[in-house]
Design a protein around this ligand. Structure first.
Ligand code: ADP
Length: 330
């Protein structure tokens, strides 16, 4: 968060708590004033009583009872009012903070996305222009074409992440439910990544014939996003392990890398929309904070679960589990 946003947030919080304190002090003041008034009224009524009045005892008791009832009434009203104010103020405070955080993340997202869209287009354009203008050796041509293809792939992932998230959120995406072989989908994805990044050590432990009922496009986005993150956030020479297995009715898909891993307190937050570790100035990797949010949404739409744990000795282990309705044996 920049200093200006932090300052604005701090000022808004101080004003808010001061106002709340003022309301509570006013409430307590109102309670004390009413209590005093009640007491004075009772004292006045007692002083009006005549000792030789035959009904003195009864009247005295009636005044005391009335005072007691008023006491209880004021305490009840005051306490209810106080509780309502406290609950409402906590609710409003949390909602405002959430809103400010979301606004800040959205601004970050806009900045990141402008950059993310422009860079691959600029790189691809430059590469193509160079290929047109100069006659290069076959090796150089191949390198340039591969680099251009990589940029186009990045653009493709980014655009489908944005489109699919907005469609899923708006309820406009009609999720397909079809029986498909997850093993094939994962194997194809891994072989594409192997072609794109041939120098990486890939470890692929994918069991065959694991079927799932789901949407092929969404599941592909899920697999690609997790693998792309593993590539993005770990050193070039570090191995990436992809596992797919089924135990009874549970399908487990894992993407394990040997990067810096995810700090404990951020293991949940990284699945929030636009959330990225670190801040815009210290971050060196490109991204929008949409990938894992979308992964979580896709997994949940398939009634599954996603979580991240530490990989030992270093790195992270993203685990997705789905429960299937029917096993092969049935
Ligand atoms: P993006 O990669 O576009 O920033 P994601 O939603 O995919 O957005 O990831 C959110 C954040 O989680 C990333 O900014 C990064 O800090 C962290 N992260 C995701 N995957 C990994 C990983 N494999 N290793 C380390 N950090 C990761």
């Amino acid at each position: 968060m920049d200093i200006f946003t932090k300052k604005r947030l701090a000022i808004a919080s101080i004003v808010y708590w001061l106002l709340l304190a003022y309301i509570i002090v006013a409430l307590v003041w109102w309670f004390i004033a009413l209590e005093k008034q009640n007491d004075r009224m009772a004292q006045y009524k007692f002083s009006e009583l005549k000792l030789d009045d035959p009904a003195f005892q009864i009247k005295y008791q009636a005044i005391a009872d009335e005072e007691h009832i008023k006491d209880v009434q004021y305490i009840g009203e005051g306490a209810t009012f106080l509780i309502v104010i406290l609950i409402a103020s906590i609710f409003v405070y949390q909602a405002v903070r959430r809103q400010i955080r979301l606004q800040y993340q959205q601004e970050n997202f806009m900045m990141a996305i402008t950059h993310e869209l422009k860079t691959p287009i600029a790189v691809a354009k430059l590469n193509l222009e160079t290929l047109l203008k100069y006659s290069l050796s076959d090796e150089k041509k191949l390198k340039m074409l591969q680099a251009t293809l990589q940029e186009t792939n990045r653009l493709n992932t980014l655009v489908s992440n944005i489109l699919v998230s907005s469609q899923l959120e708006g309820g406009r995406y009609r999720m397909a439910k079809e029986e498909l072989e997850l093993s094939d989908l994962v194997k194809t994805a891994v072989s594409e990544f192997r072609n794109r990044f041939p120098d990486r050590p890939w470890q692929c432990e994918v069991e065959s014939e694991i079927d799932i009922n789901g949407d092929p496009l969404l599941l592909q986005i899920l697999v690609n996003n997790l693998i792309e993150n593993a590539i993005k956030y770990s050193p070039k020479e570090a191995p990436i392990t992809i596992k797919l297995l089924q135990k009874n009715r549970t399908i487990l898909f894992q993407v394990i890398d040997e990067g810096p891993g995810i700090p404990g307190n951020e293991k949940k937050q990284i699945f929030e929309k636009f959330y990225r570790i670190g801040n815009e100035t210290t971050r060196t990797t490109k991204g929008t904070g949409l990938g894992l949010y979308l992964c979580k949404k896709i997994v949940e739409d398939h009634n599954g679960q996603i979580k991240v744990t530490d990989n030992l000795p270093r790195g992270s282990n993203f685990m997705v589990s789905f429960t299937v309705k029917h096993t092969h044996e049935q």
